[in-house]
Ligand binder design. Sequence first.
Ligand code: MRU
Length: 382
Amino acid sequence: MLQAIKFSKGNLEILDQLQLPFVEKYIPVRTTEDGWHAIKDMKVRGAPAIAIVAMLALAAELTTAVDSDKLSQSPEEVCQYITEKLAYLVTSRPTAVNLADAARKLEALVINRTKASGSTGRDVATAFIQGAEDMMGKDLEDNKRIGHNGAEWIATHAAKPGSSEVAVLTHCNTGSLATSGYGTALGVVRSLASKNILRHAYCTETRPYNQGSRLTAFELVHDKIPATLITDSMAAALLADTKVGVNAIVVGADRVAANGDTANKIGTYALAVLAKYHGVKFLVAAPLTTIDMATKSGEDIVIEQRAASEVTSIKGPSGGSETTNQITIETVQIAAPGINVWNPAFDITPASLIDGIITEVGVVEKGSDGEYHLGGLFDGSA
Ligand code: MRU
C-alpha cells in the first residue's frame, strides 16, 4: 500500500507530493518548523495527513531531545514547550479541523501526564511521542472502517435495482496520500473495488492544484482500479450520460460543521448541485476527527485563500531521465499576465445537498426533520 507518512523510531519521512506523480521521493521532517513548512508548501496535504504530520514532526523533534539525554527540563517546562509548538503548528493551514483537533487532544494528554505524580520532563515528552504515533495507527484503522461502511451503503442505496455494480465519481485526493493510509472517500472506492462492486471509478482533475490528476490518478493506477480521469468541467456531461450511469459521488472533507455543512476542496459544491439535478447520491466520507461540533454551520468556517500563481500557471516535469530520477518540475504561465485571480482552496457544500456522511462508526443520514444530528456520533447514540 502507498504510504505518504513513515514514522519509525522517532524518524519521520514524508513522500514529497509536490514531485508526484513524476518522482517518488521521501524527505525527512526533523523539527516542528520542518513540519509547518511541509504542510504550508503542500508537500503533504489532505486533512488527516496534515494533522498526523504536524503531530509527528513535533514527536520527531522530542525524540531527538529524549535520545540525546538533553531533556533535563521539568514536566511543566516540557508541557509549556509542547503547547507553544502545537499552537504554532495549527497556524500552518486554517480550514481542515483535524489539525486543531489533534493538537487539542495531545495537549490534554500532556497536561494530564504533567500532573501525574512523579512525572519527569522526559515522561511528558515520551507520552506525546506515543500519543502522536497512536493517532497515526488509529487514522488507518478508521479509514478502513469508513471504506467498508461507505461501500455497503452505496451497494444498498445507490446501485440500480437488479445491478450489483456501481460507478462512482470522486474529487480531489482523499486516499493514502491524504491520510495515514487507505483513505476516506478513496478508501470507499478501494473498498468497492475489493468487494467487486465497483464497475468504474471517475476522478476529477481538481484544478487548480490538480490533486485529482496528479495524486488520485496515481493511486488508482498504482492499485490497478479501473478508472478514468476527467476535467472538472466534464462532470455534468458525465452525470448526464446514461451509458456511464454514475451511481454516486463520494468526496472527503476538511471540516464538517455541526449542521452537516461541509468544507472540502473547491469544486465540491458544484458536484453536489450536479448530483441533486441528476438524482445521483452525494456522499461525504470523513473520520469523526473532521466533524467540528464547535462550528455551527458552514458560514463559520474559514476558507483558505491561496496564491494566484496556482491558477495562472501549471506545473510539470521538464527533461530529466527516469533512470536517474533527476526530474525538474517547471512552472509554466498559462493565463494572461495582469489578470486578477480568486483562488479559494475550499468551498462549502450545504448539508441539504448531502445524502449521507460516512464515518468509521457508520453512515449518518438526515433525520425525519431533514436535518443532520451529528452530536450522537460522539456520545454513541447515533
Ligand atoms: O488542499 P488539500 O489538498 O489539502 O485539500 C484536500 C481536500 O480537500 C480533501 O478532500 C480533504 O482534506 C479530505 S482528505 C482525506
